[in-house]
Design a protein around this ligand. Structure first.
Ligand SMILES: Nc1ncnc2c1ncn2[C@@H]1O[C@H](COP(=O)(O)OP(=O)(O)OP(=O)(O)O)[C@@H](O)[C@H]1O
Length: 296
């Protein structure tokens, strides 16, 4: 047999093996999602039976109650008030934070300016380790990192503008857990193009220090969305590689089709979905008639 044929044959075998592994991962991910769902049901049941709010018998259909009492409530209130300076939660924020803190994957659809950032930044502070935030725009990332740093929260970014010294220090923190880093912002290109970064992230995860993954502007995953970014496609690797790390995907706009598309792409088929109203009473349209120099 020619050398070329031998290589081609081995390549075929390796590809078949990779496919086999991917199939197994998918089966395990599905199983994990089912277990998380049952875990949340059981936690809710336990809370309910402790409070005697409703009988355990027949409560197997109990809905997930994300506005209930959770063990991190007082720590969350403390961080919200004393670090972010926010006196009360807006609609759905507390529930979203509770779902993320419970280890669930979450999809958030909330109007622009509605307060999506707090939904991942607060759990990022409460959970041990480093939270990874994927965001599409350098300017957005810079604003967020500046804002968080001003609040005294150790946030950094790894982008084309990060200098070598800082990059080295971030990699060291990811790899060895040394240094102060709670929230790390990257562009999707970092995930798709930097093997070095992915290897450091893998080490961070392996040491149990990857606390959560946040995908901002998640509609960019879907080619049915208005702002499709091909590099967002590569984010599918995150759930495959870090299956036990909760993913929170956030967007201001997503049709049903875009939602199911991004859930499939990010491998979060059983995520908890929160949709906040896009009604903003302070914004309105007015149509006026201008006639012979006068507004009517
Ligand atoms: N519960 C709250 N109470 C008061 N202000 C809040 C609350 N939550 C968030 N904010 C403030 O609302 C503003 C908008 O929040 P944020 O930037 O998170 O919105 P967003 O949903 O991410 O918007 P966009 O889609 O435009 O990125 C920020 O100034 C933030 O500090």
């Amino acid at each position: 047999m020619e050398t070329e044929d031998i290589i081609a044959e081995e390549l075929q075998n390796v590809e078949a093996e990779i496919q086999g592994v991917q199939d197994q991962i998918k089966i395990l991910l599905d199983q994990q999602e089912r277990l998380y769902e049952r875990q949340s049901e059981l936690q809710a049941l336990l809370e309910a039976s402790k409070d005697s709010a409703y009988p355990v018998n027949g409560a197997s259909n109990a809905e997930e109650n994300w506005s209930g009492i959770f063990e991190w409530d007082s720590r969350a209130n403390d961080v919200r008030f004393n670090i972010f300076g926010i006196s009360t939660y807006r609609a759905n924020q507390r529930e979203i934070i509770n779902a993320v803190m419970s280890g669930r994957d979450v999809l958030v659809i909330m109007a622009a300016g509605g307060g999506k950032s707090l939904c991942y930044q607060l759990p990022a502070i409460l959970r041990d380790g480093v939270a990874l935030v994927v965001s599409p725009l350098l300017s957005l990332i810079q604003d967020q990192v500046m804002g968080l740093s001003a609040l005294g929260i150790p946030a950094h970014m790894l982008t084309s503008t990060t200098n070598k010294e800082e990059e080295k220090s971030i990699y060291k923190t990811l790899e060895k857990g040394e240094g102060d880093l709670k929230i790390l912002y990257v562009t999707p290109e970092k995930i798709s193009k930097s093997k070095r970064f992915m290897s450091k992230l893998e080490k961070c995860h392996h040491a149990g220090r990857l606390s959560l993954i946040s995908i901002d502007e998640a509609h960019c995953c879907s080619q049915w969305g208005h702002d499709f970014r091909p590099d967002y496609k590569s984010l599918s690797i995150l759930k495959t590689q870090f299956p036990n790390v909760p993913v929170i995907a956030l967007t201001a706009t997503a049709t049903q089709k875009v939602q199911s598309d991004l859930m499939e792409m990010l491998h979060i088929p059983r995520c908890v979905k929160f949709v906040s109203t896009v009604n903003r009473p302070n914004l309105f349209y007015m149509v006026c008639l201008f006639f012979h120099g006068f507004w009517l």
